[in-house]
Design a protein around this ligand. Structure first.
Ligand code: MF3
Ligand code: CO
Length: 250
């Protein structure tokens, strides 16, 4: 399927989905503290999503068993919540969540420190988030898709970290994953030309060490190969004729 341009009505629904998701993330962020289990975060997330009249898009997606991906330390993405996994002081934890509101999707991720964390971990979290904002500066009609990718990669690598290659951002709308794929590093070519009305999930995944990853035996959890920490930051955005609009942030 080709890249879709959303109508004003579709954009309105995606704005609503995004606001709900942003609010869910803000509330989950308040829960992050030593002692909470990753399953408790998932349960609360699902409850908030359903209370807001949305469906958690991750639950059952290709068999994924939870509503919130909770990925701790060297887990890059797609960590599976568990009642056996408690957060400890000094951990970093990425929460990735998706909602469907009246058939339209929003997808966003945040990374938090648990209690007091090391300066290196804080830098990893900050650089990951900053790289998203560097990237979306280029999410403007007339630019090329990979302008976003290059800006993300430059910011990450100039800070001594690396961007995961095997996972990418994506278009989003009625489906969670639409075209185009959005790498966080420079691929071959410039990518498609961006147009107003495109909605994109831009999601840098940044490793403190090398960019290589493994997938664990559960077939979901993505971890860094070298055991270094990893952070993730994602928002669903709208390309306009002017400044990009971040739909999943309030
Ligand atoms: N947020 C992820 C993405 O952008 C999707 C999570 S995978 C799922 O692709 F299985 F949990 F849904
Ligand atoms: Co995504």
């Amino acid at each position: 399927m080709a890249v879709t341009i959303k109508s004003e009505r579709e954009i309105e629904l995606m704005r609503e989905a995004g606001k709900i998701l942003a609010d869910v993330h803000n509330q989950l962020g308040e829960l992050i503290a030593p002692g909470i289990t990753t399953l408790e975060i998932d349960r609360k997330g699902e409850e908030l999503i359903r209370k807001a009249g949305c469906i958690p898009s991750f639950k059952g997606y290709e068999g994924y068993p939870a509503s919130i991906c909770v990925s701790v330390n060297d887990e890059v993405v797609h960590g599976i919540p568990s009642k056996k996994h408690r957060l400890f002081e000094g951990d970093i934890v990425s929460l990735d969540a998706g909602v469907i509101y009246k058939d339209y999707q929003s997808d966003a991720a945040r990374t938090y420190g648990v209690g007091k964390i090391s300066p290196e971990s804080q830098k990893l979290i900050d650089v990951t988030k900053e790289s998203f904002f560097r990237g979306i500066e280029f999410a403007r009609a007339g630019n090329h898709l990979h302008d976003i990718s290059v800006a993300i990669q430059k910011h990450v690598e100039s800070n001594g970290f690396s961007v995961v290659r095997d996972l990418v951002g994506h278009g989003i709308g009625k489906d969670m994953h639409e075209e185009p794929q959005i790498p966080n590093y420079k691929p071959i070519g410039r990518g498609i030309r961006l147009c107003a009305g495109m909605t994109l999930a831009i999601e840098p995944m940044v490793n403190a060490g090398g960019y290589e990853i493994w997938i664990l035996e559960d077939d979901w959890t993505v971890v860094t190969r070298d055991g270094s920490n990893s952070a993730h930051y994602e928002n669903t955005i709208l390309v306009t004729d002017g400044d990009p609009e971040i739909l999943s942030l309030i």
